[in-house]
Design a protein around this ligand. Structure first.
Ligand code: SIN
Length: 506
């Protein structure tokens, strides 16, 4: 297989990059492990997509404040300046996304936003955007969308990336490409409780790092404070969707619900956020997540009290999910923090260029610098859209070159039963215990040692086998190691990297 541009990943960033490169005349192949739109994290984005509404300065200040002093201001300027046009030109004019509102848009509000600026479709914005995007690529462009196909490793020669080795149905073949753009999403599968779908195994970050590309800000892993937690009796031990938690099935309860007036109460029925932060329940995500963690430990549970919100009318999708999982919102929704978003990733410039020649990245797997130490709500779809577009344009002008590719045809595509499940369990326990919401130097040292051992055990298999789940395990383990290492090297608590006297998972 050959392409001018190989895009890996079918979330909003990958779709946006593929569309922009196709517009620029490139021959684009987009490969994805997904077999359905809801395999990508973008599909699960609830709150929406923030825009500047003609006040880019206020938007910029909110992004910078959430990032806690660690954002790249030039990247933030780029995001904010491009936001309204990108949303209008791509999502509204080309895809026809029906954002809520009658004559005027109904702009929502989430934590740490100083004004209502979030376009949304119910609280299921990703589900309204992504299927339209994929269908547009298939029917209105020349992009070749190839499903159920995983990238195992990048093909590199003398510091230049020439595509990737792809696995599909057990067969492994190279795709030689003029440029390669990674848009593989986050690393939730490395954690015990996450809002990400199971395929969020950090493939792009791990492949890029193993090929020698720079990564940055890996210690900044965001936990969402309000994942609904319910017992998963009988659920797949690897985790029901969208989360991958062992033992509990989390689904995200959007911050937009607190934006409409819902409040958190501990196991004694008391509100606790007003004492913690002037913005109370709409304080920055890391502050709320740590408070929820602490009150759950002290009082047994935390519930989201939605009695002040017309919950079923305002959030019909979430009301339906509660019903499906036997949760009665009138009793308060039981919530816990869950791993949600990687703020760091493959270090890229404002056109998505990584440190290796002809390697690009966009979306959650990329570190553009817009999120700093903590991401502002409803900026992830926007980042994928804006920087995906820029990266797609920048990556569009390269022809594939002849290169020798590794021959893995004789590798064994099988894996001993339970191998991946058991090692994933070990990975998640280590990450949740020591590299979670609150960390200690000692815990990070233990995690580093345990993860290095695990990586060694996994590497012994990747030498001879090409099972997709083995590579997913390797990738999630590499990402775990990168997070643990970056966290151990950073002794300043900031945003989502919080050092405490004792480590706490959630
Ligand atoms: C939410 O709806 O609370 C999540 C939005 C986001 O993570 O940006």
């Amino acid at each position: 297989m050959n392409a001018d541009l190989l895009v890996v990943g079918s979330g909003v960033a990958g779709c946006s990059a593929a569309l922009a490169a196709d517009d620029a005349g490139a021959d684009v192949t987009l490969v994805t492990k997904a077999t359905a739109p809801d395999d990508a994290t973008s599909y699960w984005a609830q709150g929406g997509i923030a825009v500047s509404r003609g006040d880019p300065d206020a938007f910029r200040e909110d992004v910078l404040a959430a990032g806690d002093g660690a954002c790249d201001p030039a990247a933030v300027d780029t995001l904010v300046a491009a936001a309204d046009d990108a949303v209008r030109e791509v999502l509204i004019d080309r895809l026809g996304v029906p954002f809520d509102g009658d004559d005027e848009f109904d702009f929502g509000r989430e934590a740490a936003h100083s004004e209502n600026r979030i376009l949304h479709v119910d609280a299921a914005t990703g589900a309204a955007v992504l299927p339209r995007f994929l269908s547009h690529l298939r029917t209105e462009t020349s992009v070749d969308v190839v499903e159920d196909t995983a990238a195992l490793d990048l093909v590199t020669h003398e510091g230049r990336v020439h595509g990737a080795l792809l696995e599909s149905g057990g067969d492994v073949e190279p795709c030689v490409a003029g440029a390669t753009l990674l848009a593989t999403g986050g690393i939730g599968a490395a954690y015990g409780r996450t809002t990400n779908p199971p395929g969020a195994t950090g493939d792009g970050v791990a492949m890029a790092a193993l090929a020698g590309a720079d990564v940055a800000d890996m210690e900044y892993v965001q936990f969402h404070p309000t994942a609904c937690v319910v017992d998963s009796e009988g659920a797949n031990p690897a985790g029901d969707r969208p989360g991958t938690g062992d033992g509990e099935v989390p689904f995200l309860v959007s911050e937009a619900v607190r934006g409409e007036g819902a409040v958190l109460r501990d196991g004694d029925g008391e509100r606790f956020m007003p004492d913690r932060h002037p913005d109370a329940d709409l304080a920055p995500r890391d502050v709320v997540a740590r408070a929820v963690r602490e009150r759950r430990e002290a009082t047994g549970e935390v519930r989201l009290d939605v009695s002040g919100v017309a919950f079923a009318a305002e959030f019909p999708g979430l009301a339906e999910r509660c019903r499906e999982h036997g949760v009665d919102p009138d009793e308060g929704i039981p919530v816990a923090p869950a791993q949600h978003f990687l703020c760091g990733g493959i270090d890229v410039d404002r056109d998505g260029r990584a440190s290796l020649d002809r390697l690009f990245a966009a979306g959650e797997c990329a570190r553009t610098g817009v999120h700093g130490a903590n991401r502002l709500a409803s900026t992830s779809l926007l980042e994928g859209l804006v920087f995906g577009r820029r990266a797609g344009r920048a990556a569009a002008g390269f022809d594939p070159e002849p290169v020798e590719t590794p021959d893995l045809r004789d590798s064994d595509p099988a894996l001993p039963e339970r191998f991946a499940a058991e090692k994933f369990h070990r990975l998640r326990s280590t990450m949740s215990e020591h590299v979670g919401i609150e960390r200690t130097p000692d815990g990070l040292r233990k995690a580093g040692a345990g993860l290095r051992r695990l990586k060694g055990e996994v590497d012994a298999y990747t030498r001879t086998r090409t099972a997709r789940e083995l590579y997913e395990l390797r990738n999630a383990t590499v990402c775990g190691l990168l997070v643990a290492r970056a966290a151990a090297e950073n002794d300043t608590s900031r945003g989502c990297h919080h050092l405490a006297a004792e480590s706490h998972a959630d």
